[in-house]
Structures are given as structure tokens and as C-alpha cells.
Design a binder for this molecule. Structure first.
Ligand SMILES: [Ca+2]
Length: 259
């Protein structure tokens, strides 16, 4: 094994280099998104660490930086030659997909390296070994309805020095199925629509598109910080009629459900 044969030769410099980068010694889950509620991830960003013992008796760690998706999900390509998205690129339903299947799982390995006290970090493989930041598109297809949910993950690291892992800097998804999202941006959610009704315009009708039925309506009396948004119970409907007098001067917004 190449790794083992290197150990003796680099012991001296390895002691100096051991403290560069981020030395993961335990696994870490950055994000785990289960769309269908079956208890298994559909999008998952994590670092998996495998611990082994080197020939000199010290610990060696295999660190795998990855984005994993379920059988119902895919990682998206920005083009046929480029996986990562530029900030602002639209992530839409017709993007080609990118997938790596390893041991029956769909894992995109961003980076994989070894490190130990007696060795320099050794990068073995990964799609983004020379990148400091990357945005990946993701999609999830509902097996029953074929509705597609789109999102993005931005991974970054302080340097491309071997042994420096990516962490999940930010991510977002569009809660409205089959709607695009721009890489690096929150989803463009619809704004509520307002109309007065009743003989004397005594009612205020607040509504939004039925396709966005998963959004929650919230209201506040003041936009002066700290703003206190309160949920409006619409009984699951995308329209509600409120007494215009009570709603006078109120502000409304639509928000995505909690993850
Ligand atoms: Ca699932």
C-alpha cells in the first residue's frame, strides 16, 4: 500500500506538517435532508472519518468529504464539462446529472485524504482537490408525484493545502416543487396578493399561488427591529379573509417551512 510505504520516509517532516489544515478525527454531518420522511437522507453533506493504525502504532485517519444523495436524488452539473455552479446560475429541472456510485451508495467525493502524526496529509482522490470553494446543484424527485425539488450546496475551505477539508458554508432549496433556484441565493418566493372585498371594503383578502401551498403566512405590526413576525392560521389554505380594520397598517410575508 502506497500510504504505508511513505510513512518511514516522511516521518521527520511529517511532524512539522501534522498541524496544518483541519485534522478531522471524527465524522461530522453538516446537513441531512429527508424529503419523504422515510428516515433515510435524500441530501446529506458530511465528513466520514475512518481510523486505522499505522505501522509505527500511531493512528492514521482517512477523511472523506462528501455530498451524498439517495436513489431519488441527483447531484447536478452546470454543464457537461463542469459540475460546479457559478453564483447566480439558474439551477433548474433540465440540468444534466452527475453521480458516482460506490458500494451501492451515491456519493460525490469532494475530497479524500489521509493524515496522521507521522505523516503529511496525503490527498488520494476527490473531484475538487484544487478548489477552495464550490457550489453544487442538487435535485430530489418525489417518487409518487415526480415533482422535483431543487437546491444548492456551497462548500468552502480556508486553503487548498492537503489535509484541509471543506465545510458546508451555506445551502438553500426552493420549497416550491419544479421551481428553479439561483446558485448562492435564497429561493424567489411569491409575495402575498391583497384585495379588499365586502360591500364597504370591510374585508382584506390575502392570497398566494396554490403551487406555494407549503408556505406559511406571517404578519407583524411593525418593521422596526426587533421585528416580531407572528403566524397567521389559514387552515392550510392559500387564501384568507381578514377584517380590514384589524389588518390596517399590518405587514405580511410568506416564509418557507422549517426544515
Ligand atoms: Ca428519505
Amino acid at each position: 500500500m502506497k500510504l504505508i510505504s511513505l510513512l518511514g520516509a516522511i516521518t521527520a517532516i511529517g511532524r512539522m506538517a501534522c498541524c496544518l489544515g483541519q485534522e478531522y478525527t471524527s465524522s461530522q454531518v453538516f446537513l441531512n435532508r429527508d424529503f419523504d420522511g422515510d428516515g433515510a437522507y435524500d441530501w446529506r453533506a458530511d465528513i466520514i472519518v475512518f481510523k486505522d493504525t499505522g505501522p509505527l502504532g500511531s493512528d492514521i485517519y482517512q477523511v472523506r468529504n462528501q455530498l451524498r444523495v439517495s436513489q431519488s436524488a441527483r447531484v447536478l452539473r452546470a454543464s457537461n464539462t463542469r459540475i460546479e455552479f457559478q453564483v447566480g446560475d439558474p439551477i433548474s429541472t433540465n440540468r444534466p446529472t452527475y453521480i458516482v456510485e460506490e458500494f451501492g451508495e451515491r456519493d460525490l467525493w469532494l475530497l479524500e485524504y489521509y493524515w496522521g502524526i507521522e505523516m503529511e496529509p496525503l490527498v488520494t482522490q476527490g473531484e475538487f482537490r484544487s478548489s477552495a470553494a464550490v457550489i453544487l446543484g442538487t435535485k430530489y424527485t418525489d417518487p409518487d408525484t415526480q415533482d422535483v425539488t431543487l437546491g444548492w450546496f456551497k462548500f468552502s475551505r480556508p486553503s487548498v493545502t492537503p489535509g484541509t477539508a471543506f465545510t458546508l458554508e451555506s445551502w438553500a432549496y426552493n420549497p416550491i416543487p419544479n421551481e428553479p433556484i439561483r446558485a448562492g441565493f435564497p429561493p424567489d418566493l411569491p409575495a402575498p396578493q391583497f384585495a379588499f372585498s365586502g360591500e364597504n371594503s370591510e374585508n382584506l383578502d390575502v392570497s398566494w399561488p396554490a403551487k406555494a401551498s407549503m408556505l406559511r403566512l406571517e404578519t407583524t405590526d411593525s418593521l422596526t427591529p426587533p421585528v416580531q413576525w407572528k403566524p397567521v392560521d389559514t387552515g392550510g389554505a392559500t387564501a384568507i379573509t381578514l377584517p380590514a380594520g384589524e389588518a390596517q397598517g399590518a405587514f405580511f410575508r410568506l416564509v418557507a417551512p422549517e426544515l
